[in-house]
Ligand binder design. Structure first.
Ligand SMILES: Cc1cc2nc3c(=O)[nH]c(=O)nc-3n(C[C@H](O)[C@H](O)[C@H](O)COP(=O)(O)OP(=O)(O)OC[C@H]3O[C@@H](n4cnc5c(N)ncnc54)[C@H](O)[C@@H]3O)c2cc1C
Length: 423
């Protein structure tokens, strides 16, 4: 593996056969997550493909000429030509392997796969999920000097990372950007010395054997496992929803509202998330029409009052979407009036769906802990599940209130319980 500067680019990249080029920065958590993957792949593929790193902050002109605007970004070259698509952000090992394999012949790929050796590591505690619940457990376990690994298919932060502003997390006088709160918590956990395996593929989880396999080849065995995998937004399963997901239908206002400046937006839902997110979308959109199945909103009173005072929002009570389609740039929501049964078309520039969440239990393999009737994990007051030495914390557990503060409390309780048991 080589580190270059702009002046070496022509020789080392354009006249150097097959190349993977990593634009990295310092103080960049996704770059830190990528570094060990890049190194281990350089060991495997390095004799066929040149692995090159370049510091983006000091080579900005070259970066912008290659349309690289964030770190880390990976680019691929073959005989001086840029090939394949670039990847950036929380990059998974499998995403890089797919691209590297496509640059080689099948014989070369087989030769490399034979060399790849599975790895095995042992920990006191493995935490599945790096939202506020998992990160807090990590902070306490790291401070208790327990050998701990935090595993997440994404970068750490969970929903905090996509929440526009958090105004109810104690300790901050002013509302905090969600991604900054996520950053502070993640850095705090990292400084306690726990290991991070983030932006990884979770290949399998065996809660009875306490074994987790990531990226197909890395087995992690732990004495205790904490499940902190949170929830996923519900979908409506209406015709057209899947087809237009990400192409007119979104589940994340923080991610996508900025694309709707002075546009008309439809919001499906009427609970806390729907109302709070609709309010946020009005910072950009000209008009927001909410479609809600009941005759009143089910959000908290403060949010409802803010909504009523916002002239940009109209609510269609007792209406439900039946299907979605796209005509030109417009999204058409086929809506039914639940009282009169009359159908009509609601035309807007984009649709946001906020209709609750489901627990992320599907990754837990064949042996799942006891669940409540909504498929949330039942725990005792120490956050122990029905499976010995398996704990669950945060939004994934059966409980009444799902907030950052309650997730953080769960993580604390499980970690202190484990610390006492493993002393
Ligand atoms: C839009 C929105 C706004 C919100 N605003 C607020 C607010 O202002 N204040 C407040 O207190 N609460 C707010 N909440 C609620 C709060 O964010 C959650 O209660 C809290 O994040 C739950 O924490 P968690 O760690 O349990 O789960 P999450 O935050 O959901 O984190 C779960 C983590 O697990 C990871 N994961 C998923 N699958 C796997 C797997 N198979 N293996 C390993 N890891 C996995 C995910 O990538 C994620 O990082 C909001 C929620 C939403 C959706």
């Amino acid at each position: 593996m080589k580190e270059i500067t702009s002046s070496d680019f022509e020789k080392e990249v354009l006249h150097s056969g097959k190349v993977i080029l990593d634009f990295y920065s310092t103080e960049c958590p996704p770059c830190e997550a990528l570094a060990p993957k890049f190194e281990s792949l350089a060991d495997l593929y390095g004799h066929k493909i040149n692995f090159i790193k370049i510091f983006r902050q000091e080579n900005r002109e070259l970066a912008s000429s290659l349309k690289v605007s964030s770190s880390p970004t990976l680019l691929f070259f073959d005989n001086g030509k840029q090939i394949l698509d670039t990847i950036s952000g929380g990059i998974k090992k499998s995403e890089i392997i797919d691209r590297l394999d496509s640059m080689l012949s099948s014989e070369e790929v087989s030769e490399i796969k034979i060399k790849q050796k599975p790895t095995f590591s042992e920990y006191d505690v493995a935490i599945l999920g790096g939202g506020p619940a998992g990160l807090t457990a990590g902070i306490y376990l790291g401070q208790a000097k327990l050998k701990t690994v935090l595993i997440d298919p994404a970068l750490p932060g969970g929903y905090m990372g996509i929440t526009h502003q958090v105004s109810n997390y104690p300790g901050f006088e002013k509302p905090q950007n969600g991604y900054m709160l996520a950053h502070y918590m993640s850095e705090q956990a990292k400084h306690t010395g726990i290991d991070y395996k983030v932006a990884v593929d979770i290949t399998s989880v065996d809660l009875l054997k306490k074994e987790i396999v990531i990226d197909k080849s890395e087995t992690i065995k732990a004495k205790k496992i904490i499940i902190a995998t949170g929830t996923t937004p519900n979908t409506m399963n209406a015709p057209g929803e899947k087809e237009f997901k990400g192409k007119g239908i979104s589940y994340c206002a923080t991610c996508d509202a900025k694309y709707f400046v002075d546009k008309d937006v439809t919001v499906i839902g009427g609970g806390n998330s729907a109302v709070e997110e609709a309010l946020f979308i009005t910072k950009f959109a000209k008009k927001v029409t909410m479609v809600h199945q009941f005759d009143k909103l089910t959000a908290n009173q403060t949010a409802i009052e803010q909504l009523k005072a916002n002239a940009k929002i109209e609510v269609l009570y007792e209406h439900e979407p039946r299907a979605f389609e796209k005509r030109g740039d417009k999204m058409i929501a086929h809506i039914e009036n639940l009282k009169t049964k009359e159908p009509f078309e609601l035309i807007s520039d984009g649709v946001f769906v906020f209709i609750g969440f489901k627990s992320n239990i599907s990754v837990l393999g064949n042996t799942i802990p006891a669940l409540d009737k909504w498929s949330y994990i039942i725990t005792d007051e120490d956050r122990k599940t029905s499976i010995p030495d398996v704990f669950a914390v945060g939004d994934i557990i059966s409980k009444k209130y799902r907030q950052i503060t309650t997730a953080v409390a769960d993580g604390t309780i499980a970690a202190i319980t484990i610390s006492k048991e493993l002393i």
